[in-house]
Ligand binder design. Structure first.
Ligand code: IMP
Length: 426
């Protein structure tokens, strides 16, 4: 199958970077189609760790074309920092393309992100404060600045002038001094000049590659439960990390999507605020957090920990088209006497098997668990499904049954080599 979408099936941070990197070995093209530097993908290559934010995980392969497509919001200053860091670590032979229709994150987006959060008080979203929401709002409000205009000095100055008329009023409302147009312009036009060589119509590029029969990976950021449409609104991000959004956000026809691989941890994590039905606390949560290094790549916040939630995974499968799962961090669960899987919720005394639409209801649900026996063996060097402990195999089989999805890959450690491939889907 020549195209594969990789998407988070929980609340992000499932390990998409590792799996994209795993498949990018054989990919001709890797596309990021939504989000921006709110994402943080960690990749370990030969024991060396790399943290990516806006750049696709195919960047380490000199032959792979890496595309930042139209649905993304791109912070040029951060993008260049990311690129320079990679270059200083020897990644100098790469192919990068940026859509001329992607939106640009500017300083007022980050400032407003922080201000909205502080004004929301107890109802804050817990955003990454990277200006993602305000940039997507400007896009919808038709006062955003796209890459194509950004790299043209005259157009950029006019667009910035227009945007600042509104943005500075907004800042004034919050009691913040207005931003100086020329200061932003002079700093950012230098970034624009450096980025210009990467900017093109990426929709044409992707279609050409599809027509040639190239293998294309679409690398999702965040996760289905953070989707602006289907996630736990309003505690979500401002784009749609689903496979359904990929064609729109990368300028291709829906018929070109072959397989959709949902990445999920063998447990669940969440950063930021919002309902989390299977959340656990105390020693057990600390055990999992420390073994799984569950601290945010972008913000370093400790992640909230919970058991795996088959109700929300099944929901993610339905709304986003997942047909395979990659089960990540299975090794983290080694050493536990028992492992739980949430297979239903109890809502006001009734058992339900769907995700309620309101936060109030989702906050009231209580998880109904199946308890399965754990395993003590170190599984970090296991290469085949058959080599896993019987209890681990039983856990995976049960998960497949409850989520109506086949597990195609299992990850038992951070390195590329610590991956058990059950099925070849790309
Ligand atoms: P924003 O995307 O910065 O606006 O943040 C909105 C919500 O999405 C917050 O709860 C963030 O913690 C969460 N979020 C955004 N990006 C990621 C990610 O890559 N992984 C996990 N959570 C994320």
């Amino acid at each position: 199958m020549p195209t594969l979408v990789i998407e988070g099936s929980q609340w992000g941070d499932e390990g998409k970077g590792k799996i994209t990197d795993y498949y990018s070995q054989g990919a001709d093209v890797v596309v990021r189609s939504q989000g921006g530097n709110n994402a943080g993908h960690t990749i370990t290559i030969n024991g060396e760790k790399f943290a990516l934010r806006s750049i696709p995980s195919g960047i380490f392969n000199p032959k792979t074309k890496n595309i930042l497509a139209n649905g993304m919001v791109i912070n040029p200053k951060q993008l260049l920092e990311e690129l320079h860091t990679l270059e200083s670590r020897g990644i100098t032979d790469y192919k990068l393309y940026i859509s001329n229709r992607a939106h640009v994150v500017l300083p007022y987006h980050e400032i407003l992100d922080g201000l909205y959060e502080s004004f929301k008080g107890n109802h804050k979203i817990g955003t990454t404060k990277r200006g993602i929401g305000p940039c997507y709002s400007d896009k919808a409000n038709r006062i955003g600045i796209r890459m194509g205009s950004f790299i043209d000095e005259d157009e950029f100055l006019v667009a910035l002038d227009e945007a600042l008329k509104i943005k500075n009023e907004e800042l004034r409302m919050f009691g913040i001094s207005p931003l100086d147009k020329m200061e932003i312009f002079n700093e950012y036009k230098a970034y624009a000049m450096e980025i210009k060589k990467f900017v093109c119509d990426t929709s044409i590029l992707i279609e050409d590659e599809i027509e040639k029969g190239s293998k294309i990976l679409f690398e999702g950021a965040q996760g289905v439960m953070l989707c602006i449409e289907h996630g736990t609104y309003p505690y979500v991000t401002s784009s749609s990390p689903t496979a359904s959004a990929v064609p729109l956000d990368s300028g291709i026809a829906p018929r070109y999507i072959d397989n959709v691989l949902g990445i999920c941890k063998a447990y669940t994590t969440r950063v930021g605020e919002g309902a989390f039905p299977t959340e656990i606390e105390g020693n057990l949560a600390s055990y999992i957090r420390e073994r799984g290094h569950e601290y945010g790549t972008v913000t370093k916040r400790p992640r909230r920990i919970g058991w795996i939630d088959a109700v929300s995974l099944n929901y993610a499968r339905r709304v986003s088209g997942i047909n395979y799962l990659a089960l990540m961090l299975l090794d983290v669960l080694s050493g536990l006497d028992e492992i739980k899987i949430c297979y239903k919720y109890e809502l006001d005394g009734k058992a339900i098997d769907y995700v309620p639409s309101t936060i109030k209801e989702l906050e009231r649900v209580k998880p109904i668990y199946l308890t399965m026996p754990g395993w003590n063996d170190d599984i970090t060097n296991i290469k085949k499904f058959e080599g896993l402990p019987e209890n681990a195999k039983a856990y995976i089989k049960k998960l497949e049954e409850l989520t109506k999805t086949k597990v195609a890959l299992i990850s038992v450690g951070p390195d590329r080599k610590q991956t058990i491939e059950i099925m070849n889907i790309f």
